[in-house]
Write a protein of this length. Structure first.
Length: 466
């Protein structure tokens, strides 16, 4: 399979498919608002949507450095699913029942995104096929069974465990020995969702200024090169690009993730693969993959690639190293040998936000009016929606328009975490962790042992993931 003709970068395949938009007008000068939202991705746009729906007279301004969806919201794998980063830690900190409520809220969030997309006529190629996660080594199968049991314990009684034959009847992953499936998931086209959402909030009366990078956030002030927006509430919704803000370089680590998309595959290939249910597809490897069957019958598949740039650097147009493209191609062909002759049409990369304890959070500091949400660790397509509704409720509570709600009582609200280590320890730690994970995956591929490789366990403890 040659990658010579592969489009590399250009933000993402989703934009190549949809077309890069013309940016809206930048901030024309100093301005005031009731609420200023920094970041025009899913978190910022969903927050604007729910606030404006709740209180139509609010003056809401969204400031975006490039254009809406330029970051992770326009580059992700299109997994709308019920995973949330940090649930197990929240169970330890706040009790099992609190974490069960958080998981239930995430299950309902998948339904909420589908509902709003239909109500607002946002055609985002949503297909509710659920989420299928497969195992193809003895160690992965042991982890998958443990994972399945844990999810059941957190209230997912509709989750299904499948053996090798049942798995391959759904999606014919070579060597699969088992899988777990949840109905709380859907495939979608990320850019169609973010562009539809931006158009929807603009039609509601929200002001969006693009090409307007925010350089610093202070209480009641969002500073840009074109002027300052003053507002009682300033909400930071910048996820993987948070490190670009003054004073935030060590707040969330910008983790790099990469993807490839094949050409549209012929019916003969799909006859071999199956995948008629169009489930989102993942595995139980330590350096895991994620994939979807797109609406036009491609396979879009992602993984970590080069996980981190020194100094919390972020990319511009998503250009991806050739070695990463080849590594993702190898995963594709290992899963589906029938794709060996398929062309890779596009490769791209982007960054996601990772807190030091790998826990997503949502917070409103009532003393300063500063709020933020993020640290989704790659599970943001749905979690952004729950975060936005929670920010809405926190602001309404703070402004005296309502009292506490079920959302404001969830255990991720107000969670505090220490900052990442300074360089070069940050770079060394992240690259060492993923080197350990990949080495563990290689050993598990050839090992008959059902236990997780001890090096991967040590990497988990070092990273603070468990």
């Amino acid at each position: 399979m040659s990658t010579v003709s592969t489009v590399n970068g250009g933000i993402s395949f989703w934009y190549a498919d949809r077309g890069t938009p013309l940016a809206r007008e930048p901030l024309p000068g100093d301005a005031t608002a009731d609420i200023c939202i920094v970041g025009g991705g899913y978190t910022g746009l969903w927050t604007a949507y729910y606030l404006k729906k709740a209180v139509p007279f609010l003056n809401i301004t969204v400031l975006e450095a490039k254009f809406c969806g330029y970051g992770a919201s326009g580059r992700n794998g299109g997994w709308l699913y019920n995973g949330i980063a940090g649930r197990d830690r929240y169970a330890k900190l706040h009790g099992h029942e609190a974490a069960v409520r958080l998981q239930q809220a995430m299950n309902e969030t998948v339904d909420e995104v589908v509902r709003v997309a239909a109500e607002e006529n946002i055609d985002a190629d949503i297909h509710r096929g659920g989420v299928l996660e497969v195992a193809y080594t003895p160690a992965q199968l042991a982890r998958l069974k443990d994972f399945h049991s844990v999810e059941i314990a957190f209230g997912e009684t509709d989750r299904v465990l499948r053996g090798a034959r049942e798995t391959c009847e759904r999606v014919n992953v070579t060597g699969a020995v088992g899988s777990t499936w949840t109905p709380h998931g859907a495939r979608l086209h990320p850019v169609k969702l973010v562009q539809g959402l931006a158009a929807t909030v603009e039609a509601l009366g929200v002001t969006i200024h693009e090409s307007t990078p925010v350089t610093e956030i202070r209480p009641k002030h969002a500073h840009t090169p074109y002027g300052t927006v003053r507002a009682p509430y300033i909400l930071r919704c910048t996820e993987g690009f948070t490190a670009n803000l003054k004073g935030q370089r060590r707040t969330w680590l910008p983790m790099n993730s990469s993807m490839i998309a094949t050409e549209p595959l012929p019916e003969s290939v799909w006859h071999t693969i199956g995948w008629d249910g169009r489930e989102t597809l993942g595995d139980m490897a330590h350096a895991y993959m994620y994939a979807q069957r797109t609406a036009d019958d491609r396979i879009a598949l992602g993984g970590r690639g080069v996980p981190y740039r020194f100094g919390s650097g972020t990319d511009n147009d998503g250009r991806t190293q050739p070695a990463t493209i080849e590594a993702l191609r190898d995963i594709l062909v290992r899963f589906f040998p029938a794709t060996a002759g398929a062309r890779i049409d596009h490769a791209w990369s982007g960054v996601l936000g990772v807190p030091r304890d790998w826990c997503a959070t949502v917070t409103l500091d009532r003393s300063t009016g500063l709020g933020w949400a993020g640290g989704y660790v790659g599970s943001g397509v749905a979690t952004t929606n729950l975060a936005a509704r929670t920010l809405r409720d926190l602001i309404q509570q703070d402004s005296g328009q309502s009292g506490p709600t079920e959302l404001t009582a969830l255990p991720w609200v107000g969670h505090k975490v220490r900052r990442w280590e300074p360089e070069p320890f940050r770079w060394l730690g992240v690259h060492g962790m993923y080197a350990a994970y990949r080495a563990a995956d290689r050993r598990e591929l050839t090992s008959p042992r059902a236990g997780t490789d001890p090096v991967a366990k040590a990497a988990d403890r070092l990273a603070g993931r468990h």
